[in-house]
Design a protein around this ligand. Structure first.
Ligand code: PLP
Length: 220
């Protein structure tokens, strides 16, 4: 099967409100072009250098999403064009995105990344850190950042019930935060959860954006 048919058969399994971010990291621009020609417009990358190089090679109507861990000193390079940053996990990072977005005359949509997995290696706010961050309120002064929802990664495990519990936790944090802090802000609406191995569970638990690499492009 080729990339176009992988995208089509993935799409067929999804409810219409769920968007697919095709995670193209480590795959060359020609493969992205193949997906683009099949109608795919949302692509996810996790390294700034690689993203900037690909952005220059591909059509300008691609919507690039940043999904990896983001160093503050690299925000400047993606600020002119990035459509959504999924991985904001500190106040200092939000402030830098705000500064660089202002310099470009843009408002950059961002998701708060939550640490929901039973793994030390995955980054993100803990639920309590996130509550404190929202409560403290300095983000409201970041006029060039639009908080658009939350992102999280479940534990890499065959235990589906564990994965489901983690996605449920993220969903409930999302709903709680939306009710407390964004009741009058319809832009806070995205829940980015689910990858190749666990997206069906994520969709059942309310995901609006799935980040799928391997299922579309094959192994990296
Ligand atoms: C690489 C990556 C994905 C895609 O993973 P697959 O298992 O290839 O679908 C999704 N989200 C993040 C944050 C990633 O780094």
């Amino acid at each position: 099967m080729n990339i176009a048919s992988h995208i089509r058969s993935l799409r067929e399994t999804l409810p219409p409100q769920v968007k697919v971010v095709a995670v193209s990291k480590f795959h060359p621009a020609e493969k992205i072009r193949e997906a683009y020609d099949a109608g795919q417009r949302l692509f996810g990358e996790s390294r700034v250098q690689e993203l900037v190089a690909k952005q220059q090679l591909l059509p300008k109507d691609v919507e690039w999403h940043f999904i990896g861990s983001l160093q503050r000193n690299k925000v400047k390079q993606i600020a002119p064009f990035i459509s959504l940053i999924h991985s904001v996990d500190s106040e200092r990072l939000i402030q830098e995105v705000d500064r660089q977005a202002a310099a470009c005359g843009r408002v950059i949509p961002c998701l708060l990344q939550l640490h929901i997995a039973q793994e030390e290696t995955k980054s993100g706010f803990s639920p309590d850190e996130c509550r404190r961050f929202l409560e403290e309120g300095s983000w409201k002064k970041c006029a060039h950042v639009q908080l658009a929802g939350m992102m999280g990664m479940a534990t890499y495990t065959d235990n589906r019930e564990q994965v489901r519990r983690e996605f449920r936790l993220l969903r409930s944090l999302f709903e709680e935060s939306r009710a407390h802090f964004f009741a009058s802000d319809p832009a806070f609406r995205e829940l980015s959860m689910g990858m190749s191995g666990d997206y069906p569970v994520a969709v059942e638990e309310g995901s609006t954006l799935i980040r799928v690499g391997t299922l579309i492009f094959g192994n990296r």
